[in-house]
Design a protein around this ligand. Structure first.
Ligand code: TAP
Length: 487
C-alpha cells in the first residue's frame, strides 16, 4: 500500500556532507501535478551555493578520501548505496510519483530497481577497470592508467528524476570523481533523498553534492564554474546546445543526452498482437515524457487500417487515473505548461491534416491534475510538425510506409537519432534494417528496454557520448601514458 498520508519533509541542499539551506535562504515550492497542490518547500541553490559545493567537491577530490580509497572499499560503499535504495524503495517511489505524476507502478517496479541496478553495476567496475601494459620498446616499460577526471557537474531533467541520478552519478562516482548534481526544478525530491542515502552508505562529505535550483541560475553556474572538469547533461536539444557552447569557453568535456522522435516500425509480417502492445507501451509508458518514446509509428500499408483500429481501441482503454493507485498505467503530465504544450500539438496535428483516432483531451482526475488521454493521430505525413518535433507527451503520430527502403528513409528523415524499434518475423530483414537506422539504440520485437549494462545515447541531434554500459566509463576517466626508461 502506498503511503498517502505522511507529509513530505522540506528539501535541502546536500552539500559537503550536510543537509543545508541555501545561503540566500531562498526556497521554491514543488507541486504534485496530479492534484495541483504543493508538496513541500525546497532550498533553492544560487551561484554562491554552487561555488561552495564545487569547492567542497574539489577538496574531496584533491585531498580527500574518495579517489584515494582502496577500490574494494569504494566498491563496497557504492554497492551499499544500491542496497539502501532498494531498502527505501517504497519511500522513493512515492516521492517520485508525487513529484512527477508518473504511476506508482512505474516508480516502484521500474525506476527504483533501475537506480539500484546502476549503483550495483558500476560498483562492480571500480575493481575491474584497469590500464594496460603496452609492448612499445625493450628500452621502456610502458603502461597506461585510467584516472578520474576530477569534479563532474551533472544536470538532469524532470522525466526520470531518480533514474537519471543513477545513470549519471553511479559511473562518475565509481570512477573516482566527485559530483555536483542539479535535479530539474520541477522534480528535486528523489535526488535529494538519494544524496542523503549516499551519506548513510559511507560516501564521504563533499563527494556527492545535490543542488536543487533553477537551470538558468544554479545549472548555468555549475557549467561555468572553473572548478568543474566535465559536464554530463540530459535534457532538451536546445539547452544542450547552449551548454556545449559554454563548455567550449571553459574547455570542459561534455556528454549530451538530448531529445528524440524515435521511429517504431511495424512490418506486415510482424506478430501483430505483440506489435500493438509494443506500439502502445512504446509511446504511453512514462506518459510519453520519455526521450526514447516511439512517438513516430511507421506502419506498412498492407496492415495499416487493421493495425490502427486495434491501436486506437487499446489507447481508448488506457485512461489516466490517480498515479498513487497501483493499477494506474497512465499518470499526470509533469506540469500545466507541459500539458498545454502537448494539447497544442494535438491541435497542430489536426490542423496539418492528421486524423484524431483516439484521445486528444485533458481529463482531470477527481477534478484536478494535468492528465491527458492516450492520443493517436493517424494519416500523419513525415514532413508535418507532429512527425518532426518532440511532443514529450502521450501522443502517437502514425505514418504509412510501403517497404523496407521506404521505412528506413522515413525513419531516418529527422534531426534526431536516439532510438528506434522494429517489428518483424523475418530475422534477416530485422538485422538489415537495424543496421541502416540512424539511432543509438534499436529494439527488435521489443520497445523501451534499458539496463545499466547496455550503453544508451544518441546519434545526430540526440547528442553524443554514452550513458550506461562499459562505454560510459570512458566518459568519466582519462588515460595517462607512462614511459619508464629501463636502460
Ligand atoms: P531542459 O529544459 O533541457 O532541462 C534539463 C535540465 O537542464 C534541467 O535540470 C534544467 O533546469 C537545466 N537547465 C535549463 N537551462 C539551463 C541552463 N541554461 N544551464 C544549465 N542547466 C539548465 O529539459 P527538460 O524539459 O527538463 O527535459 C525534457 C527533455 O529532456 C526532452 O527533450 C527529452 O528528450 C530530454 N531527455 C533526454 C534523455 C536522453 S537519455 N537522451 C532522457 C530524458 C530526457 P530547470 O529544471 O530548473 O529548468
Amino acid at each position: 500500500m502506498t503511503d498517502t498520508l505522511t507529509p513530505v519533509r522540506a528539501g535541502k541542499l546536500i552539500l559537503n556532507g550536510e543537509a543545508v539551506d541555501a545561503l540566500s535562504g531562498r526556497t521554491f515550492t514543488t507541486v504534485n501535478p496530479a492534484t495541483e497542490e504543493p508538496i513541500c518547500a525546497v532550498a533553492e541553490a544560487g551561484p554562491e551555493d554552487v561555488d561552495r559545493a564545487v569547492k567542497a567537491a574539489r577538496a574531496a577530490f584533491e585531498g580527500g578520501p574518495w579517489p584515494k580509497m582502496r577500490p574494494a572499499e569504494r566498491q563496497r560503499v557504492l554497492w551499499k548505496l544500491g542496497d539502501l535504495i532498494l531498502e527505501h524503495a517504497d519511500e522513493l517511489a512515492r516521492l517520485e510519483t508525487l513529484d512527477n505524476g508518473k504511476p506508482i507502478f512505474e516508480s516502484r517496479q521500474i525506476d527504483v530497481p533501475m537506480v539500484a541496478n546502476c549503483f550495483h553495476y558500476f560498483s562492480g567496475w571500480v575493481t575491474k577497470l584497469a590500464g594496460e601494459t603496452l609492448p612499445v620498446s625493450p628500452a621502456f616499460f610502458t603502461y597506461t592508467l585510467r584516472e578520474p577526471l576530477g569534479v563532474v557537474g551533472a544536470i538532469i531533467p524532470w522525466n526520470f528524476p531518480m533514474i537519471m541520478v543513477g545513470w549519471k552519478a553511479a559511473p562518475a562516482l565509481a570512477m573516482g570523481n566527485c559530483v555536483v548534481l542539479k535535479p530539474a526544478e520541477l522534480t528535486p525530491l528523489t535526488a535529494i533523498r538519494i544524496g542523503e542515502l549516499a551519506l548513510e552508505a559511507g560516501v564521504p562529505p563533499g563527494v556527492f553534492n545535490i543542488l536543487p535550483g533553477k537551470g538558468s541560475i544554479a545549472g548555468e553556474a555549475i557549467v561555468k564554474h572553473p572548478g568543474v572538469d566535465k559536464i554530463t547533461f540530459t535534457g532538451s536539444t536546445e539547452v544542450g546546445r547552449h551548454i556545449m557552447k559554454l563548455c567550449a569557453d571553459g574547455m570542459k568535456k561534455v556528454t549530451l543526452e538530448l531529445g528524440g522522435k524515435s521511429p517504431n516500425i511495424v512490418f506486415a509480417d510482424a506478430d501483430l498482437d505483440a506489435a500493438v502492445r509494443g506500439a502502445t507501451t512504446g509511446i504511453f509508458y512514462g506518459k510519453g515524457e520519455v526521450c526514447a518514446a516511439g512517438s513516430r509509428l511507421l506502419v506498412e500499408s498492407g496492415i495499416h487500417d487493421e493495425f490502427v483500429g486495434r491501436l486506437a481501441e487499446r489507447a481508448g482503454k488506457l485512461q489516466p487515473a490517480d498515479p498513487l493507485d497501483p493499477k494506474t498505467r497512465l499518470g499526470a503530465l509533469v506540469s500545466e505548461k507541459q500539458m498545454n504544450t502537448v494539447l497544442g500539438y494535438v491541435d497542430t496535428g489536426v490542423g496539418e491534416g492528421a486524423k484524431l483516432v483516439a484521445g486528444g483531451k485533458r481529463v482531470p482526475v477527481n477534478g484536478k491534475g494535468y492528465f491527458v488521454q492516450a492520443t493517436v493521430l493517424d494519416q500523419v505525413e513525415n514532413h508535418m510538425r507532429v512527425a518532426q518535433e518532440e511532443i514529450f507527451g502521450p501522443v502517437l503520430s502514425v505514418i504509412r510506409f510501403d517497404d523496407a527502403d521506404d521505412a528506413v528513409k522515413k525513419g531516418n528523415d529527422i534531426v534526431y537519432g536516439l532510438a528506434a524499434g522494429l517489428w518483424t518475423r523475418d530475422v534477416k530483414k530485422a538485422h538489415a534494417v537495424a543496421r541502416r537506422l540512424q539511432a543509438g539504440t534499436v529494439w527488435i520485437n521489443a520497445y523501451n528496454f534499458y539496463d545499466a549494462g547496455m550503453p544508451f545515447g544518441g546519434y545526430k541531434s540526440s547528442g553524443f557520448g554514452r550513458d550506461l554500459g562499459p562505454d560510459c566509463l570512458r566518459e568519466y576517466t582519462q588515460t595517462k601514458s607512462i614511459w619508464l626508461s629501463t636502460e
